[in-house]
Design a protein around this ligand. Structure first.
Ligand code: BES
Ligand code: MN
Ligand code: ZN
Length: 498
């Protein structure tokens, strides 16, 4: 899909479809007013006749509106207020593109960028419109014999008047196209089934990225190398699987090598059966998405490389399959992590923290400015925050604040949970330094507490994306979202300006 800014007035537009928003009560937005004027009140008459209720997300195609040079106008309902919330704006854009995808057109222009959105400016609306358009046209059908969904839309124009914000709009559009490419990459990788997307497959994908972008370099650690280093926690998870674990280290050199890097650590469990602490059949559906943290790291590095951000970044991905078998780790086994701390594994289904703790310790060697891990770590965070917010925990408040801000900016939001010392005692083990589970209470927090024991030497934040990275459960549509690539990219873009 090609996106571009367009400053041409609505009445002069020559395109397949013009998209405009309408509120239930308020005056017509500017583009609608102009159309109304040259068409002898065509819109006003239609509304007075009661042919269109502007409820949020409703759409209606108008054909050959008098005196307009474009053959179609798509009306999109915007509800009964005069200012939209960010989520409402997303919904409106989404429904406009879903409607476009039902007809055969190549080009369209959206005037939805005119709509007032609470505390958001035009560059923000440009970004959201491009992001939602890409989202609405996304379809993962590579395993379908009959590809039913074939959007014909090729060119999307976004209305932006030539005013003082125009340059900012151009920058915003360029940024979001880079971010979109990362989001799409992440979604495609995450949506693959685990019989294809194995730890070696993830390693191959990382290698491919490094071949494509010359500022990206890759190093893969095999199990033998990890054993030599002493990554006993990570390897304990891999023991039950015939798939070899891989530690994927991707480095992006967008600035001087001497600059301390931002390290992104990704949970890459390509399938989580729970191991010997086996999940129920229902609980296992969706567990191909347990590598969304890894996919996010790859997608974010791709987007950063695409935008040539002037930063030093490192991605460390722990890619492992969690399986039960005769060689699998058993409850009450004790292992020694790379940090030297011993861990009593009370539940083999709490495997994410076991692979991440070694990846975190491994990150020390990069002498990082900050470390951010991304993981579908706990079911508890889904209970606490649902699918709207990513769980955020951190040992350094300025970093937490930067991530919260980036979440608000991108509308890919995070919500902070406490990482108080008080929770740490739930992780006591009678036989080892630490247990890998801390009981039912506050278990999204105790999972982060576990990780914090391995993050003492740097500023660190943990993003628990179990609720946000994918719609995992049966029933509704299962699909990866590409989150939190937008959040991380906004964070990185902000860092690159410092
Ligand atoms: N991958 C799961 C977490 C998860 C659950 C992600 C549901 C998405 C949806 C993780 O490895 C896990 O199994 N966590 C356990 C931890 C428990 C055994 C302490 C959980 O959350 O139940
Ligand atoms: Mn698990
Ligand atoms: Zn898991």
């Amino acid at each position: 899909m090609k996106f571009s800014l367009d400053s041409t007035d609505v009445v002069k537009q020559q395109t397949d479809c013009i998209i405009i928003g309408l509120f239930e009560q308020a005056d017509l937005p500017l583009a609608a007013k102009q159309i109304d004027k040259i068409s002898q009140n065509y819109l006003t008459k239609l509304l007075n006749q009661g042919d269109f209720q502007a409820k949020i997300g409703r759409t209606l195609f108008l054909h050959h509106v008098p005196s307009l040079s474009s053959p179609r106008v798509l009306l999109v309902g915007c509800g009964n207020k005069t200012t939209l919330r960010a989520s409402e704006y997303q919904k409106i854009v989404m429904s406009s593109i879903k409607a476009l995808n039902t007809v055969k057109i190549q080009r369209a222009i959206s005037f939805l960028t005119e709509l007032p959105v609470e505390q958001r400016d035009l560059p923000w609306k440009i970004k959201q419109t491009a992001a939602m358009t890409a989202e609405a046209c996304y379809c993962f059908d590579q395993f379908k014999s009959n590809k039913e969904f074939k959007p014909t839309l090729q060119e999307m124009h976004l209305y932006a008047p030539k005013n003082e914000q125009y340059i900012a709009c151009q920058t915003a559009l360029k940024q979001i196209l880079g971010i979109n490419s990362g989001v799409e990459f992440t979604k495609n990788l995450a949506n693959l089934p685990s019989n294809i997307c194995t730890p070696p497959y993830l390693a191959t994908q990382a290698k491919k990225l490094s071949q494509h972008y010359k500022r990206l370099t890759v190093k893969i650690l095999e199990e033998s190398a990890m054993a030599k280093l002493g990554m006993g926690a990570l390897l304990a998870v891999s023991k039950g699987s015939v798939q070899p674990a891989k530690l994927i280290c991707l480095e992006y050199h967008g600035s001087s090598k001497k600059q301390a890097p931002i390290v992104l650590v990704g949970k890459g469990i390509t399938f989580d059966t729970g191991g010997l602490s086996l999940k129920s059949p229902d609980g296992m559906v969706g567990m191909k998405y347990d590598m969304c943290g890894a996919a996010t790291v790859l997608g974010t590095l791709k987007a950063a490389a695409e935008l040539k951000l002037p930063l030093h970044l490192v991605g460390v991905i722990a890619a492992v399959e969690n399986m039960p078998s005769g060689s699998a780790t058993k409850p009450e086994d004790i292992v020694t992590s790379l940090s030297g701390q011993t861990i009593e594994i009370m539940n083999t289904d709490a495997e994410g923290r076991l692979i991440l703790c070694d990846a975190l310790t491994y990150s020390e060697r990069y002498k990082p400015a900050v470390v951010i891990d991304i993981a579908t770590l706990t079911g508890a965070v889904v209970v606490a925050l649902g699918q709207h917010a990513t769980g955020l925990l951190s040992n350094y408040q300025p970093l937490a604040q930067d991530l919260l801000d980036a979440g608000i900016e991108s509308h890919d939001r995070a919500w902070q949970l406490p990482l108080w010392e008080d929770y740490q005692e739930q992780l006591k083990s009678p036989f080892a330094d630490i247990s890998n589970v801390g009981g039912k209470q506050g278990s999204a927090i105790t999972a982060a507490c576990f990780l914090s024991r391995f993050a003492k030497k740097f500023h660190w934040a943990h993003l628990d994306v179990a609720g946000t990275a994918a719609m995992m459960m049966g029933g509704g549509e299962r699909c990866a979202t590409g989150r939190p690539v937008p959040l991380l990219m906004h964070y990185l873009i902000n860092q690159s300006k410092k």
